[in-house]
Design a protein around this ligand. Sequence first.
Ligand code: SAH
Length: 241
Amino acid sequence: MTGKVYLVGSGPGGLDLMTFKAREVIDSADVILYDQLPGEEVINSLPDVEKVDVGKYGGKHTREQDEIENLMAEYALKGKNVVRLKGGDPFLFGRGGEEMEYLRAKGIEVETVPGITSGIAVPENVGIPVTHRTFASQVTFLTGHEDPTKPESAINWRWLAESPGTIVILMGVKNLPNITKSLIENGMDSDKPVAIIERGFRADQRVTTGKLSDIADIAKERGVRPPAIIVIGEVVSLYRE
Ligand code: SAH
C-alpha cells in the first residue's frame, strides 16, 4: 500500500494559529519533513516519529527542492504517511503546487491542509490590514525572489507601480533596494509608506517603517533579515508602535 502525502500549512507561527486539521494530520504521520519557517514552538511540538529537516533559509538550501520531492515520494511508496510541514499556507509561495504536481505524476495521493498565511497575518499582527475601504481595495502578493533588474523578470513592474492598493512582498529582504528602485522608476510615489515586519509572531518580532524612497537604506542600517514581510501602501499608515 502506498502512503499518502499531506502538504500542511502550520500558520504564521505559534501553536495557537495552527488549524485542528493540521494538528490531527501531524499527530498521525509516520514521517515529517519540515523546515524552520513554522518556528520553534511548532517544531518542538512535533511527535516522536521520524523527522527530516529539509530546511531552506534565505536562499541557503539545506536540501534541494527535487531532493525534497524525491524524499516525499520515496517514503510514500514505502507505505508511510508523510507530512510536509510548511510555514503559513502551503500554496502561497510554498512550492506546494509543484510538490502536488510531482506527487500526482507518480500516482501518489496528496492532500493539502491550508494554513493562515504570513502574508496577511503578519501585517495584521501589527495593526496593518492588507485591504481597507478607504486605502486599498486590491492587494498583490509578490515574491521578492525576482530581481527586477533582470530583463526576464516574471513580474510586470510597470503594472505594479501603477496599480492602486497594497503590495505585500514575501522573501523580499535581499532584493529590497532593487524592488523599491524599480517601483519608483516605473512611476510609484516615492513617499508611499512601507513597513517591514521581521519574525512575525515570534518574541523578537520587529517592525521597521519608512517611505519607498528610504526604506531600503533604513532596512540596511537596522540589519533587517529574513523572514520578513514587506508591506507597501497607504494601509501602512494604520500602524501604531
Ligand atoms: N507559505 C508561506 C510563505 C513561504 S515563503 C506563507 O503562506 O506564509 C517564505 C517567506 O514567508 C519568508 O521569506 C517571509 O517573507 C514570509 N514569512 C513566513 N513566515 C513569516 C513570519 N512569521 N514573519 C515574517 N515573515 C514570514
